[in-house]
Design a protein around this ligand. Structure first.
Ligand SMILES: [Zn+2]
Ligand SMILES: [Zn+2]
Length: 343
């Protein structure tokens, strides 16, 4: 079977990889769809991000769905042929954080396709994947492409939980890539009354409108587009900062009303912040990282028709064209979410 392996920046290879047999509690999955995520693109374009660098070849990918091909011993609730979304979150279940109900902070997390630990955690972009049955969420009623969106959607559901009460809130989303646009869907589903989205790209803002933003602001055309919202100490209750760019966070802080909440999702590295404004407006600054139980919720919300991710899937390429898929995904003027069809 083939796997998509990154060796170094711009050195991506389709390689043969051994087929494993599912052990007790595991299932073998014939992969159907794999979505290319920002972190995959960092490995592909730069060989890593920040201090995280590739030190050995690694199979990429963590946004996947597929069909159950065989069952290991003792697996119930799944049958051969079932379409499943596979959660890449694999906490140990035994460390202090897992036991405290914070599995996304697990000390021994084995999240697919991550070069954070060494040896690296191999990813899920392979024709056959053996996973724990507990990672698999049945996705009947969804397409394999939708099911592969459960992971990024779960990221934004977790962020929405971090944001707290959402009913009736005025929300600002800065950065309208896949995470920003999915945040719009998640915030609306949670009861946001008004959602304004800001980005530097008109094309990205088109997607924001397509998924329900009430208003969009193009900050490349109108640098001061958020300034009017800072009158009377600010307008928005909640900021989803999805760009990781300091100017967006600073402008967002000015546009938040006193006691507003900042949820930081964008991974932009070190930033300096207007602490005086955060202090004087009594803002809450919250990080949001990955997810756990929100993965199954993401599948349920899509199955129920409560969240429609289809407008965000712009490209699906066959496995043989994986390299081209990574190039397209890297070009934000073309791609919102690019996926690879494994079967
Ligand atoms: Zn992802
Ligand atoms: Zn743990």
């Amino acid at each position: 079977m083939k796997a998509i392996v990154i060796h170094a920046a711009k050195d991506l290879r389709l390689e043969d990889s051994a087929v494993e047999a599912p052990g007790p509690g595991q299932v073998e999955i014939r992969l159907a769809t794999g979505g290319i995520c920002g972190s995959d693109l960092h490995y592909y374009n730069h060989g890593g991000f920040g201090a995280v660098r590739l030190k050995e070849p690694m199979i990429l990918g963590h946004e996947v769905s597929g069909h159950v091909a065989s069952l290991g011993e003792g697996v119930s609730g799944l049958a051969v042929g079932d379409l499943v979304a596979v959660s890449p979150s694999r906490p140990c279940g035994a460390c202090d954080y897992c036991l405290k109900g914070l599995p996304n902070h697990c000390f021994n997390m084995r999240f697919y396709g991550s070069a954070m630990p060494f040896p690296h955690i191999q990813g899920a972009f392979r024709e056959r994947l053996v996973a724990k049955a507990a990672q698999c969420v049945k996705a009947d009623g969804l397409s394999a492409c939708e099911a592969a969106m459960a992971e990024p959607l779960a990221v934004t559901l977790h962020a929405t939980r971090r944001a707290g009460e959402m009913l009736g809130k005025r929300v600002l989303v800065t950065g309208c890539g896949p995470i920003g646009t999915l945040s719009i869907l998640a915030a609306r589903r949670a009861g946001a009354a008004e959602i304004v989205a800001a980005d530097l790209s008109e094309r990205a803002l088109g997607f924001a409108r397509a998924v329900g933003a009430d208003r969009t602001i193009n900050l490349s055309e109108d640098r001061d587009g958020l300034v009017p919202f800072s009158a009377n100490k600010g307008y928005f209750d909640v900021l989803y900062e999805c760009s990781g760019a300091q100017p967006a966070l600073v402008a967002g802080i000015q546009a938040l009303r006193p006691r507003g909440d900042i949820v930081q999702l964008g991974l932009g590295g070190e930033m300096s912040l207007p602490m005086m404004a955060i202090t004087a407006k009594e803002l809450d600054l919250r990080g949001s990282f990955r997810f756990h139980e929100e993965f199954a919720i993401a599948v349920k919300l899509m199955q129920g028709g409560f969240i429609d991710v289809k407008p965000l899937i712009t490209h699906t390429l066959p496995l043989a064209d994986a390299l081209q898929a990574f190039e397209i995904a890297s070009d934000k003027s073309q791609s919102m979410k690019t996926q690879i069809a494994f079967s």
